[in-house]
Design a protein around this ligand. Structure first.
Ligand SMILES: [Fe+2]
Ligand SMILES: [Fe+2]
Length: 250
């Protein structure tokens, strides 16, 4: 990364660290840690991460860092949603695994037009090489196909597929919170070779998008905890904007 976005990212991390941690990450510590354990230790995930490491591109801030966070938050959301709807533990773990895999693969075609649809097809190539059942592959591909914002999603064939799909969506949109400013924005700035002034000019437009996403969460847990994540991101964003104007404004 070039020095300017890199330095701005460090500053943004300092600003973000002064903001409270959104409640989702406090209330769901146990599901998050279970998800993290599977993400780093399950043989399927180890295999898939190895294969995806060279493929996922960091260009626009949608590389392994983003995918891992979507994967883990999505798996935690599945557990949170299932708290009131008990399922046989082995089946639940399998569903959590589907959520983790969907998260890892969801932006595999991020650079393409209609990347959700194209990504679902590309993901198939990886999924067919893994020991998964046909319906599990279908579940993951459908979730990937449905993860784009501001597009009406297709209804899934089964409630469990719908859950994986909705949890993937919400976990991906959680990234529009603080992650926008601790991660994504600086990779975009770097890749697009934006100057600080160009970044300042685009800032208000970007913040408008954040407001809109807060109304789109699909799970009950996402609707309850997602808006606060976005709100925290916006507070961090406002401070970064002031910092940019102060140091780089005309
Ligand atoms: Fe995406
Ligand atoms: Fe994403």
């Amino acid at each position: 990364m070039n020095p300017l976005p890199q330095n701005l990212q460090r500053e943004a991390e300092r600003i973000a660290s002064r903001h409270p941690c959104p409640a989702f990450y406090v209330q769901f510590k146990a599901p998050l840690s279970f998800a993290r354990r599977l993400f780093f230790n399950h043989p399927l995930l180890i295999l898939l991460r190895d294969r995806l490491e060279p493929v996922l591109q960091e260009d626009l801030g949608h590389g392994m860092y983003h995918s891992a966070r979507v994967s883990i938050d999505g798996a935690a959301l599945i557990q949170a949603e299932m708290e009131t709807n008990p399922m046989e533990p082995a089946r639940l773990e399998r569903l959590i695994l589907m959520g983790l895999i969907a998260g890892l693969l969801h932006d595999i075609s991020r650079g393409e037009e209609r990347h959700a649809e194209v990504g679902a097809r590309e993901a198939l190539r990886y999924l067919e090489a893994l020991p998964l059942q046909t319906e599990e592959i279908e579940c993951i591909c459908q979730a990937i196909r449905n993860h784009e914002a501001f597009v009406t999603p297709k209804t899934c064939a089964r409630p469990s597929f719908q859950l994986v799909s909705d949890c993937l969506y919400d976990a991906d949109k959680f990234r529009w919170g603080p992650d926008t400013f601790t991660h994504t924005l600086w990779h975009m700035m770097n890749y697009q070779e934006l100057t600080a002034q160009e970044l300042i000019a685009r800032f208000p437009w970007g913040m408008t998008g954040m407001v809109r996403i807060a109304d789109t969460f699909r799970t009950a847990t996402g609707r309850q905890f997602g808006p606060e994540i976005i709100e925290t991101g916006m507070e961090i964003g406002k401070e970064i904007y002031r910092y940019l104007v102060q140091h780089f404004g005309d």
